[in-house]
Design a protein. Structure first.
Length: 693
């Protein structure tokens, strides 16, 4: 028997980006473990990725190209050869491209976070074609935009410092489910005497293990941050020297937050005045005493109309109290801005050759697939190539998404591992490799290590890496630029700018051997200012925001749909709904792994006892959740984990694996956020009733 151990990296949309060790025996991957030497991973994997071999060898893996033989959505296919598949795709795309290549749309996101298998060869293909551009906004752009206006880039507290904090505020996240290695550090801090506070409308697994849980109404986090700033200013819990040296616009901010008294904040957020005042005193008081105080703000706060502003307001807090002075202080939203990636080299936007195709927002794909040609919109979308995504399950206002993909005049190609909800609507399905079967390189949005992924096993069946599929498509479309012949290793070698001091000594061959390399970053990135903003300071007042038509100061933007902001709608749909990630799934990935689905159980809705009693709903009853956009059904769990007035549907289930063939995105909206053009998944009003059908 021949046994080898291969260095790899987790590809999934999670801040942890774990380093993996894959055991291979006679060409078969028998075990996937965390690398014990990689400081963030420390040998520990989440339940999902620990079973990655089960996913790779799953009996339902797509191993051959397929052609649709039934109606769109039925999922009926026949096996064809790669040559037949490529010839069919080229024959469909060439006449469309000749008329207007903007009628062709790529649709992709973070099915892999890899720089090579994600958007390298694929982007080269679409740029050469002149296809419509995709605005990839479905996860993080609202918060990233608000953070960038304030701090300058997605740079923050290093994961490896959090265990030394004395106060950690976990704001809008459930790291036990979605950021395990941060949670490990937070637990270490707790053992060292730190206080942990969770801010979340839902009492998640994480909130249950914190010292305190504050449950504001969905979409009101910006108001809570304004209230904290009000108390910090009113009680002089400030670092005046840091403010004077390293911030911009304090006097204007002081006037703005004077309006946000604890009484007003408590009424807006649906919490108590005491919760506002005591949290501000704890945060500011500990910072003034020289203790490191840290905030881990996550994406839950940004999936509402004012989501970008919410993150901006929270990002102001560390500069007010001087928390950035300490390596274990400050705030982390994402570490992605720390990486000197070389995306122009990977993606080659120069292949557009001066063309400026229209941009389609991935979060409004339901509406956009149903639009006819028009002077404002441009040509009707005639072809979609989907890779690294499952839009029929994950995009908002799902009934319209499914209706769009069901168009008989829409040609759809899907690159996939499994026959997902979206693959059921494809004309051609192409089998893609998993992380164990291809080469890639990764950044992280939760730590500071460049990562390498080596192929551990040969591709299963006839599966091919995304890069190879787009090379073959380019050749079929007559694209002969030398860039389409570059190997995956050649692509990976261009992924980081080795001339940048942060990636000093980057060398792909060395990274492949070692598996990971930490960026050269200061322990406390903004201890002495140096913010990557136009002023070089933390900008409480942002001229860039004003130029973009936004309020230049922190403010509160009410949700589209809430009892307070839309009382007429709330008469019909009085309950707010959020749909945060289920612990055993990752977006729609892993839902078809039977062991994980069995652990998760079945689709359910958490509803507060008061709201359940008012509707005659008992624990375990089937319920229907609905609004003007659609409806879905599942079992009710009557629990005070959901605050009164809120229902929580942990997500995202494949529709075909739910009892009624639907999921939570039946009722979510295609409306976009205040900044960043991102979706508003948690800005949703619904009604719930016992399901009697």
């Amino acid at each position: 028997m021949t046994t080898t151990h291969v260095r790899a990296a987790c590809p999934h949309d999670c801040p942890d980006t774990c380093a993996l060790i894959v055991t291979v025996e006679n060409g078969v991957a028998t075990e996937v473990k965390g690398d014990p030497d990689h400081p963030p991973t420390a040998g520990v994997l989440c339940t999902k990725v620990a079973r990655y071999a089960e996913r790779t060898y799953h009996p339902d893996r797509l191993l051959h190209p397929l052609r649709r033989v039934g109606k769109k959505g039925e999922g009926k296919f026949e096996r064809i050869s790669w040559d037949e598949a490529l010839d069919t795709i080229a024959a469909k795309l060439k006449p469309i491209a000749a008329r207007d290549p903007q009628a062709i749309l790529p649709y992709s996101y973070a099915g892999t976070m890899g720089l090579v298998q994600g958007e390298s060869m694929a982007q080269r293909f679409f740029h050469q074609l002149g296809a419509s551009l995709l605005d990839r906004t479905i996860c993080a752009t609202a918060g990233a935009t608000g953070y960038r206006y304030t701090v300058g880039a997605s740079i923050g507290t290093d994961l490896e410092q959090f265990q030394d904090a004395k106060l950690i505020i976990i704001w809008g996240g459930n790291p036990i489910a979605s950021n395990l290695h941060f949670w490990t550090r937070a637990q270490a801090a707790k053992r060292n005497g730190a206080k942990l506070i969770a801010i979340d409308p839902y009492r998640s697994l994480t909130a249950e293990k914190c010292h305190q849980h504050i449950a504001p109404l969905p979409g009101t986090d910006a108001a809570l941050a304004l209230g904290l700033m009000h108390v910090l200013v009113a009680e002089d819990l400030l670092d005046h020297e840091y403010i004077a040296d390293y911030t911009l616009g304090y006097e204007e901010l002081k006037q703005r937050v004077a309006e946000w008294t604890p009484v007003r904040v408590a009424q807006t957020c649906g919490i108590t005045e005491d919760e506002v005042v005591q949290l501000a005193r704890l945060y500011g008081g500990m910072a003034k005493a020289g203790e490191p105080v840290a905030i881990r703000v996550n994406y839950g706060v940004q999936r509402v109309k004012g989501g970008g502003m919410s993150v901006r307001n929270i990002a102001c807090l560390p500069a007010l109290v001087g928390a950035w002075r300490h390596p274990a202080g400050g705030v982390q939203l994402s570490s992605s801005g720390s990486f000197p990636t070389n995306k122009p080299k990977l993606q080659r936007p120069d292949l557009l050759a001066g063309r400026t195709p229209r941009t389609i927002n991935m979060s409004t794909i339901g509406d956009d697939l149903l639009k006819p040609s028009s002077p404002e919109f441009g040509p009707q979308i005639e072809a979609v190539i989907v890779y690294n995504s499952n839009p029929v399950a994950v995009a908002p206002e799902s009934p319209k998404v499914a209706q769009g993909f069901a168009r008989e005049d829409l040609f759809t190609v899907v690159l996939e591992h499994f026959q997902t909800d979206t693959a059921d609507y494809a004309d051609i399905v192409l089998p893609a490799t998993t992380q164990l079967e291809h080469v890639d390189t990764h950044t992280s949005y939760g730590h500071l290590y460049m990562m390498a992924n080596n192929a551990a096993i040969a591709p299963m069946g006839e599966a091919k890496p995304n890069t190879e599929i787009f090379r073959l498509l380019a050749a079929r479309m007559g694209m002969d630029d030398a860039c389409f012949k570059e190997s995956d290793d050649e692509l990976a070698a261009q992924a980081f700018n080795a001339q940048d001091a942060r990636a000093i000594h980057f060398d792909w061959e060395s990274l492949k051997r070692n598996g990971w390399q930490k960026l050269n970053m200061p322990a406390a990135p903004f201890a002495l200012g140096g913010f990557p903003t136009p002023s070089g300071k933390c900008e409480f007042y942002s001229a860039a925001m004003q130029a973009d038509g936004l309020d230049p100061l922190p403010t509160y933007i009410a949700p589209y749909e809430s009892v307070a902001s839309n009382p007429e709608l709330a008469k019909r749909y009085p309950l707010a709904m959020i749909s945060p990630p289920a612990r055993n799934f990752l977006n729609s990935t892993f839902v078809n792994v039977s062991s994980l689905r069995a652990t998760e159980g079945e689709p359910h809705l958490d509803i507060h006892p008061t709201d359940a009693a008012a509707r005659g709903i008992g624990h375990g009853d089937m319920v229907r959740i609905y609004n003007d956009r659609g409806s879905f059904s599942c079992k009710a769990r009557v629990t005070d984990k959901a605050r009164a007035g809120l229902v929580v549907g942990l997500s995202i289930w494949w529709k075909k694996l739910a009892g009624d063939g639907k999921n939570a995105n039946e009722v979510t909206s295609q409306r976009l956020t205040d900044m960043g053009r991102a979706p508003t998944f948690y800005d949703t009003l619904v009604q719930v009733e016992r399901y009697t059908a």
